[in-house]
Write a protein that binds this ligand. Structure first.
Ligand code: DX5
Ligand code: ZN
Length: 223
């Protein structure tokens, strides 16, 4: 079973509520919110305010909200994102010198901790934290922008992480999320490699395209 988790980065920001509602009406039950600070990544997106605004819509559909924090020193903002109503809070291993502490802090705020790895970061960064997290995020592009091309080596990384999770008996506890460049031509391969959540930005929110049609194309590719 693969969840499709739309990212709103390329959505129409003048009508964000309608954009996420269109995805939920098409059967989506997971929303991925990309937070960027202009420091860890070159782009700036949005903060807790947008999470807080979209949360009630997600809740009315029984959908999960995950915040992908592409920000330096995320510890400073964990409380705010927890209060904004995320189910999962995902931080990048590259910016967390005390990752174990950060993960415990997310847990103590009553949220599910996720850890993301950039394309060049080895899976060994996850090895010792794996039993403590609820989501592992493999970046299949360099974070910062929507609409980039999927890095093909990511498939092998997903396969290896799947094996690591299964071998340690953690498959019931950890979602394996893949983020970046996933489209209708790649989504089945991403699932087959072992992902349980596929983030799709421009494959759902392409300018001028019908959201339900885009989602149906992804579902067709998975059938
Ligand atoms: C990249 C973000 C992604 C991305 C998804 O920095 O984390 O969530 O915008 O968009 P697509 O699917 O267009 O790559
Ligand atoms: Zn993301």
């Amino acid at each position: 079973m693969l969840h499709i988790a739309p990212s709103i980065l390329t959505a129409d920001f003048t009508r964000l509520g309608e954009e996420v509602t269109a995805a939920f009406d098409a059967g989506i039950r997971w929303l991925h919110l990309d937070v960027m600070d202009g420091r860890f990544v070159p782009n700036i997106s949005f903060g807790p305010l947008v999470v807080r605004s979209l949360r009630p819509i997600a809740e009315s559909y029984g959908a999960i909200v995950d915040a992908h924090l592409m920000i330096a020193d995320p510890d400073r903002y964990l409380e705010e994102f927890a209060a904004a109503g995320c189910d999962y809070i995902t931080v990048h291993a590259e910016v967390c010198p005390h990752l174990h502490r950060t993960v415990q802090q997310i847990r103590s705020l009553g949220k599910k901790p996720g850890v993301a790895l950039n394309p060049a970061t080895s899976l060994t960064a996850l090895e010792d934290i794996l039993p403590d997290i609820s989501l592992a995020l493999i970046m299949s592009v360099n974070p910062g922008f929507g609409g980039q091309r999927f890095i093909p080596e990511s498939l092998n990384k997903i396969t290896r992480l799947r094996r690591m999770i299964d071998e340690r008996g953690l498959s019931e506890k950890i979602e394996l999320q893949v983020d970046g460049g996933v489209n209708k031509d790649l989504i089945a391969a991403v699932r087959d490699a072992g992902a349980t959540v596929a983030v799709t930005g421009s494959a759902v929110y392409a300018p001028g395209r019908d959201r339900a049609e885009m989602i149906a194309d992804l579902q067709k590719a998975l059938a």
